[in-house]
Design a protein around this ligand. Structure first.
Ligand SMILES: NC(=O)c1ccc[n+]([C@@H]2O[C@H](COP(=O)([O-])OP(=O)(O)OC[C@H]3O[C@@H](n4cnc5c(N)ncnc54)[C@H](O)[C@@H]3O)[C@@H](O)[C@H]2O)c1
Ligand SMILES: O=C[C@H](O)CS(=O)(=O)O
Length: 487
């Protein structure tokens, strides 16, 4: 399938370092694949440690002038970048659908979502306030906020646009420079984004993008280079732990947006149709490849059968297909490896006694398509109870009491997002306060936006992205004490 763009110059295949499009030093490239068709889309430059070091040095230099600008001037550039993203949404969405597979309506939704962080932090960046502290005698004490320094970012493939702007927007708004390594599965979205930032007038060196098939070499430089003061990572918990360890030697600040194992807890007193709708959206958005997807459906025994019947009927209306086809509701998973990982989880559950209500195997469409799947007769002793599925598979667990539901929900090392459906106000408070998660949806699963503090607890990470709290991850607090006032 040939990529038809309104502006073909948005399809970039080189690295963007210090304001220049360059090949990797070794001239190496890697192939970007279309998960829906198995076709090669592009050969992209692959960079390593030396190029990363150059990007970090350029960021350090560019930041000196950038952080000294009035916040309003930084804001104007972010606003222009936002406008260019909106103007080019069709091309950005087409690039995303081609390399990640999600239906084009989801890609457009992500581009709008990603752009919203630029709009939000263009404004937030103008409100970095300090404090005057209670002072006495001949001293006066104040607090100021300053940009943390050069930021290194590493992002995943599942939201190849929004996970980047969710970091670049606050970093740049705070006065920082940022060097980014996107996922090798989806570098084209990142490269088109930085092209638009360049067109918006972002000064050279402030935002470099380092595509690579050697992530550990790029990450190794990012985590060891003392010029980098902050690492912000979105990805799996195992990789997040590794990167945190690598950052320890230079005591870098880190923000970690990691894995999830979201429960959707549906009580007997829930609005059943609302719960089915919310569970469907949460489970199968991006074909189940989001960090806050419903990973475990916990349904109280009184409505279990009715829920499964309604849920299965809706799933059977899904239309798997190519992301550009108008009647496609769900696309492929991102790679053959992901397809195999998902199928292994399903087959293991079946071996342990799970019942396949629908799906349960790779789709006859081939390539990276997996049938939307529902499993029943599952319990918390099975491996699927603890694994982040990251695919279109819904294990539906049964519980009897509220206390049991809270215990099951918390029986995981993860703590990103959780959801509950009940019409009982007391239960809303008891369960929302009793479950160990960074984000809780009540009678709603579409909880993400630029105004909310996105992030988790336990092994789902640390820090928050978006919201009025989002700049904190890119600022340092400095206390200044001025003496001799009475001289
Ligand atoms: N919490 C969130 O906001 C959030 C959002 C999206 C995805 N995720 C999580 O990400 C995971 C899926 O994404 P993924 O498969 O891309 O995750 P991943 O951890 O395999 O990869 C994420 C990024 O890290 C890079 N990477 C991998 N190993 C590295 C290393 N040794 N050094 C440096 N970089 C390295 C990858 O190239 C990629 O760019 C899931 O666990 C999902 O829950 C979390
Ligand atoms: O998968 C990760 C994303 O953060 C999910 S969302 O688009 O922010 O809800």
């Amino acid at each position: 399938m040939k990529l038809e763009l309104k502006d073909s110059s948005l399809l970039k295949t080189q690295a963007f370092i210090d304001g220049q499009w360059v090949d990797g030093d070794a001239g190496e490239t890697f192939t970007v694949m279309n998960p829906a068709t198995g076709d090669a889309i592009a050969e992209v430059a692959s960079v390593g440690q030396a190029e990363t070091a150059r990007a970090i040095a350029a960021a350090d230099s560019a930041m000196l002038e950038w952080k000294a600008l009035p916040a309003g001037q930084r804001s104007e550039i972010l606003e222009r970048w936002h406008a260019l993203i909106i103007e080019n949404i069709d091309d950005l969405a087409a690039i995303m659908t081609l390399e990640q597979g999600k239906p084009v309506f989801e890609s457009k939704g992500e581009v709008m979502y990603g752009a919203s962080y630029l709009k939000w932090f263009a404004e937030e960046g103008k409100r970095v306030y300090g404090d005057v502290l209670p002072s006495a005698n001949d001293r006066r004490s104040i607090v100021i906020k300053q940009p943390v320094g050069v930021v290194a970012a590493i992002t995943p493939w599942n939201f190849p646009n929004a996970m980047i702007t969710r970091k670049a927007a606050p970093a740049l708004a705070a006065g920082c420079a940022i060097v980014l390594k996107p996922a090798a599965e989806t570098p084209l979205s990142a490269l088109s984004l930085v092209e638009l930032a360049n067109r918006a007038g972002l000064p050279a060196g402030l935002f470099s993008v380092l595509p690579s098939s050697q992530s550990s070499k790029v990450g190794g430089e990012m985590t060891s280079n003392p010029v980098v003061k902050k690492l912000t990572f979105t990805g799996s918990t195992p990789v997040g732990k590794l990167l945190m360890k690598q950052c320890a030697d230079t005591v870098k600040r880190t923000s970690m947006e990691l894995g999830g194992n979201a429960p959707v807890i549906i009580f007997d007193d829930a609005d059943l149709d609302l719960a089915v709708k919310g569970a469907l959206v949460s489970k199968y958005r991006n074909s189940g490849q989001t960090c806050i997807c419903a990973n475990r459906l916990l349904v109280q025994e009184g409505i279990y059968d009715a829920f499964v019947e309604k849920f299965a009927a809706a799933v059977n209306d899904f239309r798997l297909g190519l992301g550009f086809d108008a009647d496609t509701t769900h696309g492929p998973v991102v790679s053959k490896k992901a397809l195999g990982d998902i199928d292994n989880i399903v087959q293991n559950a079946v071996k342990q006694g799970a019942n396949v209500v629908t799906g349960g195997k790779p789709s006859d469409l081939g390539n990276c398509f997996y049938e939307p799947t529902i499993l029943t007769n599952v319990d918390d002793n099975m491996s699927i109870f603890s694994e982040e599925i990251f695919g279109p598979v819904a294990p539906v667990f049964k519980f009897s009491s509220e206390e049991q539901a809270i215990s099951m929900a918390n029986d995981t090392e993860f703590g990103l997002a959780a959801y509950l459906y009940t019409e009982n106000v007391g239960r809303i408070w008891r369960v929302s306060e009793g479950i160990e998660y960074g984000m809780v949806g009540v009678n709603e699963t579409a909880i993400s936006s630029e105004v909310i503090p996105f992030g988790g607890v336990k092994e789902s990470g640390q820090g928050r992205e978006g919201s009025k709290y989002g700049l904190d991850d890119y600022l340092e607090t400095k206390y200044i004490c001025i003496g001799g006032i009475q001289r």
